[in-house]
Structures are given as structure tokens and as C-alpha cells.
Design a protein around this ligand. Structure first.
Ligand code: CYC
Length: 161
């Protein structure tokens, strides 16, 4: 797992180079958005339950998924799906604080598509769920932070496709 700073250091260390303007720009961007990312993480954490509820209602509930034979039917699979939505929200928030997506690759996406495929969990519906999380989170953190927060949900959605 990396954050924005350790990612820059690892890259320049591997090349045996001093930090150049590219590296400095990356570090500046990380610090410039720091306050915004931490404030957004606090807002997401304080509203996590309602974010999950609203995103699930937007993208997953009242659909064939929750009817007999659907992948969210009945209690065990419904609970597994809501838990997965919680994982996506929690790890996207961690990655936003770190300012780096590698945490998502390591902790969430590694082997996930294969697991879902073997269990018959629909990928397209999962991506819809992740997109709904992105939209609801954008409303919670406000327009200034929405772009920053969105990156991590987009990375999750892309990683499943
Ligand atoms: C199952 N989701 C699973 C499983 C894993 C994950 C490993 C199989 C084991 C289990 O049932 O717990 C996901 N586990 C994770 C992730 C992490 C992890 C991401 C990283 C922290 O440790 N079904 C739908 C919806 C979708 C869904 C579209 C919710 C968005 O129709 C999810 N995931 C879902 C369901 C199952 C599942 C229903 C149970 C499938 C089954 O057992 O039939």
C-alpha cells in the first residue's frame, strides 16, 4: 500500500534520482488538496450509513436483483451485497486520504472480478452500485471536493470492467 508521498519516493528511489519538477508538482497537489480530502473523509465517515442506504436505493433495490432468483435474494446475499457496498465506500475513503489508488488494487480489486464471476455476482450491477456511491458521496462532500472523491470510485468501477 502506498500513499502519494511514498509513491513518489519509491519511484525516484528506484531510479536513483533527486526529486524533479514532476515529483514536486505531485507532492504540491497532494498537500494542496490535503485539507479538502481530510474534511471529505470526515463527512463521509459521519454519513456512511445513509450514503450506503441512498446508493443502494438508487442502484440496487426495487430491481430484479432483489426479487426471487436475483443475486441479492434473500437475506444472506442481500447482506453480502450491502457489506460489499460498505467495503467500497470505506476503502475509497481510505484511498482518498492516502491520495493514491494502489490501496484499492491491493485490498479490494485483487481477485474480485474472478470471485464475483465464480459466484454469479453481476459485475454490471456492482458497477452501478459503485457509481451510485460516487454520486451520493459527491452530494455529501460538496462540489469543491466531488472531483477528488470521485477518482477513487472511478478506479474501483474501472477495475471491475
Ligand atoms: C460475495 N463479496 C462476496 C465474496 C467476497 C466479496 C470475497 C465471497 C465471500 C462472501 O460471501 O463473503 C467481496 N470481500 C469482498 C471485498 C473485499 C472482501 C470487496 C475487500 C475488502 O474481503 N450482489 C449483487 C449486487 C452486489 C452483490 C450487485 C452488491 C453491490 O447482486 C454482492 N457479494 C455480493 C453477493 C455475494 C457477495 C450477493 C454473495 C454471493 C453468494 O454467495 O452467492
Amino acid at each position: 500500500m502506498k500513499d502519494a508521498i511514498s509513491a513518489v519516493i519509491a519511484k525516484y528511489d528506484a531510479q536513483g534520482k533527486y526529486l524533479d519538477t514532476g515529483a514536486i508538482d505531485q507532492l504540491k497537489a497532494y498537500f494542496a488538496t490535503g485539507e479538502l480530502r481530510v474534511r471529505s473523509a470526515a463527512a463521509i465517515s459521519a454519513n456512511a450509513q445513509s450514503i450506503i442506504k441512498e446508493a443502494a436505493a438508487k442502484a440496487l433495490l426495487y430491481s430484479s436483483l432483489t426479487r426471487t432468483g436475483g443475486n441479492m435474494y434473500y437475506a444472506r446475499r442481500f447482506a453480502a451485497c450491502i457489506r460489499d457496498m460498505e467495503y467500497f465506500l470505506r476503502y475509497a475513503t481510505f484511498a482518498m486520504v492516502a491520495g493514491d489508488t494502489s490501496l484499492l488494487d491491493e485490498y479490494v480489486l485483487s481477485g474480485l472480478k474472478e470471485t464475483y464471476t465464480s459466484l454469479g455476482v453481476p459485475i454490471d450491477a456492482t458497477v452501478k452500485g459503485i457509481n451510485a456511491l460516487r454520486e451520493v458521496v459527491a452530494g455529501v462532500v460538496g462540489p469543491e471536493a466531488a472531483g477528488e472523491a470521485s477518482k477513487y470510485f472511478e478506479h474501483l468501477a474501472r477495475g471491475l470492467q
